[in-house]
Design a protein around this ligand. Structure first.
Ligand SMILES: *Cc1c(COP(=O)(O)O)cnc(C)c1O
Length: 392
């Protein structure tokens, strides 16, 4: 690293989040002065001599556009480094590949459906076992830990029940047991919470969601604050190959520049919708960490700078009636995924959490009447009117 870039990096931390989102990793191109760095599509790089290695050699191992994005991410998460993957699942898979046969994972009981499937149907083939627990009480995690446990995996906001675990308590349990603690912060985003600052070992995002923010590319990220752990994860990533392509890196870098503004504004709308829905006669309950009725509301207030853009509500109706409401909205589009400027609606039991075993869905309270909203950047009044007509 040149002297000047070392100096500019050390002064980074004093700058605000949204300033760093725009400037770190996005330095003007020294050759042309372009204020947006070029997208480097090259798959291979000339080497200084036979058997000699420059800064870059082959794009799976390293690419300047990916490096720029990773620098931005590391700065926003407050970590020593970050890695960008082809998808969020590839990022989670990379973490699980730190484990060996015979080892054990304790995970949250309302995690992302794809993470549930990876742990139960893929990692099991390598002899890795998983126990799901309600993470809102750290004691449940402590009780599930065995001598062979190597990883605790949770979400800063559970999915779809919007549970909020106490990160400090879980960090204490993990440290006590000497196991890695990773969290999926896709719902939280680094704009609202930075788990590394709470002592979490690994923070993961599906960059497909808020970081990209426009429903137009896939991506996943990991960030850590320990160099040795970063090296181990990089080794797995480079050995298995699920890196993010340069054009998607560019799109996610661009998305990050407006992350904080989008998340703040979308959270404001989500909060207003949650309050309105809570009063609606067709709605049995609303799950949103910003509501006083949310079981972990005080904890969420302590941990987050805002309450996020995702909310769930439960109808009085059955599976069919719930499906009909999801099909009746016009602005809220019926689709999985989340975190973009477009508002989306879905029924977890038949969509995002269809990969759960039906018995587990029932056991963990993911009912047929549940509806999940990803609140976008449209005007509150329009979104509220859309839900009103769909609820009938
Ligand atoms: C979408 C999502 C993932 C998976 O990310 P992909 O980019 O779709 O692979 C993981 N966790 C959460 C919470 C998600 O919403």
């Amino acid at each position: 690293m040149s002297k000047s870039s070392a100096a500019s990096q050390s002064s980074d931390a004093s700058r605000a989040f949204r300033t760093r989102a725009i400037h770190v990793g996005n330095e003007a191109d020294p050759q042309t002065g372009a204020v947006v760095p070029p997208v480097h599509l090259a798959s291979t790089f000339r080497q200084p001599g036979s058997g000699q290695w420059g800064q870059y050699d082959y794009s799976r191992s390293g690419n300047p556009t990916r490096s720029g994005l990773q620098q931005t991410l590391a700065s926003l998460e407050g970590g020593c480094g970050a890695l960008a993957f082809s998808t969020g699942m590839a990022a989670i898979h990379c973490v699980t590949m730190l484990l060996e046969s015979g080892q054990h994972v304790v995970a949250g009981c309302d995690i992302y459906g794809g993470a549930y499937r990876l742990l139960h149907n893929i990692c099991n083939r390598s002899g890795i076992e998983v126990t799901l627990v309600d993470m809102t009480d750290a004691q449940n995690v402590a009780d599930a830990i065995r001598p062979e446990t190597k990883l605790i995996w949770g979400e800063t906001i559970g999915n779809p029940l919007m549970t909020v675990p106490d990160l400090a308590d879980l960090v204490a349990v993990a440290k006590d047991a000497g196991v890695l603690f990773g969290v999926d912060n896709t719902f939280g985003t680094p704009a609202l919470i930075r788990p590394l600052e709470h002592g979490v070992d690994i923070v993961m995002h599906s960059a497909t969601k808020f970081l990209g923010g426009h429903s137009d590319c896939l991506g996943g990220t990991l960030a850590v604050s320990d160099q040795d752990l970063l090296d181990r994860l990089y080794y797995v990533q480079n050995a298995t190959g699920a890196v993010l392509d340069p054009f998607s890196c560019f799109l996610i870098s661009r998305g990050l520049k407006t992350l904080e503004l989008r998340v703040r504004e979308q959270s404001r709308t989500a909060g207003r919708l949650a309050e309105w829905l809570e009063q609606h006669p067709a709605v049995r309950r609303v799950l949103y960490p910003g509501l006083a009725s949310h079981p972990q509301h005080e904890r969420a207030r302590r941990q987050f700078t805002d309450f996020g853009t995702m909310l769930c509500f439960e109808l009085e109706g059955d599976f069919q009636q719930t499906a009909r409401v999801c099909e009746a909205t016009q602005l809220f589009q019926l689709a999985v995924s989340l975190g973009a400027v477009e508002s989306l609606i879905e029924q977890p039991a038949s969509m995002s959490h269809a990969s759960y075993a039906p018995a587990d869905r029932q056991r963990f309270g993911i009912g047929d009447g549940l509806i999940r909203l990803s609140v976008g950047l449209e005007a509150y009044e329009d979104l509220q009117a859309d839900l009103e007509q769909a609820l009938g």
